[in-house]
Write a protein that binds this ligand. Structure first.
Ligand SMILES: [Zn+2]
Length: 265
C-alpha cells in the first residue's frame, strides 16, 4: 500500500493564500476584490493603530474581514527584536486579546512587524498562543514551511506576481502540495496606483477546481493535521486525532480521513 501526503481538502492538488499587513483603510477595497473572486486571505492587524487616521475602525473589523482570517501583528508595530523580551511578549498577547474581543475567535497567528524575527522569538511566541508567523523572506517557490514560526511566503505582490501565477496554474509537480503564498499591504496598491494588478491576479487564479482557496490558519491547521496522522506499522490503519478532516493519497487516489476517525485502508 502506497501512502502519500499529496492532497488538500476534497482531493485538491494546490492551495492559494493571501496575507496582508497593517489594517489600513485600503483593506476595504482589497477584501471586496478577494470576495468577488472567492479568494481567501489573512489580515494581520495592529490593534493599537485601529481607529487611527488611515486605519480600519475597530468597530468594522468583524464584519469587514468575515470569511477571512484576522491575525496578529503586535499592538503598536515595533521591531520585536529591538525591544525588551517582556515588552515584545505583551505586544503580542495584548494584540491577541484586543483582536479576539473584536472577532470572537482565538487569534492564533501573526506576521512579524517589519519582518524582524529571531530564534528567541520563534521559541517564546508559541508559549503565548502564537502558532504561526509569516516573514517577509520570499522564496519564490511553492513549498510548504518546515517551521510555521518562520513561514516564508512565495512572494510580495510586487515580485513578478503574474509570472508566478502562470507557473502555478501550470504547475505539474503537484506531489509536494504546492502552496502559492502572496503577501503585501493594501496601501501599496493605492500608492503605486496598481489595483489592476491584484484584480488581474485574482481573475487568473480564481475559479480553479484544483486549487484550495484558504486563509493562512486554515492552511496551517490542515498541514498540521496531515503531519499529525497516526499510522499502524503496516500502514493499513490510520487515525486522525485532529478536528480537521484530511485527504491522503492511497495507491494514487485521494482517501478522506475524517476528524477524530480511525480508518482501515
Ligand atoms: Zn506591518
Amino acid at each position: 500500500m502506497n501512502i502519500s501526503f499529496i492532497y488538500y481538502p476534497e482531493g485538491r492538488k494546490k492551495a492559494l493564500t493571501m496575507s496582508y499587513d497593517d489594517g489600513q483603510i485600503f483593506d476595504r477595497r482589497l477584501v471586496e476584490v478577494f470576495n468577488r473572486y472567492g479568494i481567501k486571505g489573512t489580515f494581520h492587524l495592529n490593534s493599537g493603530l485601529l481607529d487611527g487616521d488611515v486605519f480600519i475602525k475597530a468597530s468594522e473589523v468583524s464584519e469587514l474581514y468575515k470569511g477571512h482570517e484576522v491575525s496578529a501583528h503586535s499592538v503598536t508595530h515595533p521591531y520585536l527584536t529591538g525591544i525588551p523580551a517582556d515588552i515584545a511578549a505583551s505586544e503580542m498577547t495584548e494584540d491577541r486579546r484586543r483582536l479576539e474581543a473584536l472577532v470572537c475567535y482565538p487569534v492564533r497567528g501573526m506576521s512579524y512587524p517589519f519582518g524582524a524575527y529571531s530564534n528567541e522569538l520563534m521559541t517564546t511566541l508559541p508559549r503565548l498562543g502564537i502558532e504561526y508567523s509569516r516573514t517577509v523572506n520570499s522564496h519564490g517557490g511553492f513549498q510548504l514551511p518546515d517551521n510555521f514560526m518562520a513561514w516564508h511566503p512565495t512572494c510580495h505582490h510586487g515580485q513578478d506576481l503574474m509570472e508566478k501565477a502562470k507557473v502555478f496554474k501550470n504547475h505539474l509537480s503537484w506531489s509536494k502540495m504546492p502552496l502559492f503564498y502572496v503577501w503585501g499591504h493594501s496601501f501599496e496598491f493605492d500608492r503605486e496606483d496598481n489595483w489592476d494588478l491584484i484584480e488581474e491576479f485574482c481573475k487568473v487564479v480564481s475559479g480553479d477546481e484544483s486549487v484550495w482557496y484558504a486563509t493562512n490558519i486554515e492552511i496551517m491547521d490542515y498541514i498540521k493535521a496531515v503531519r499529525g496522522l497516526r499510522f499502524s506499522v503496516d500502514c493499513r490503519i490510520v487515525s486522525n486525532p485532529s478536528a480537521t478532516p484530511v485527504w491522503i493519497g492511497v495507491d494514487g487516489g485521494p482517501v478522506k480521513i475524517g476528524a477524530g476517525q480511525t480508518v482501515k485502508l
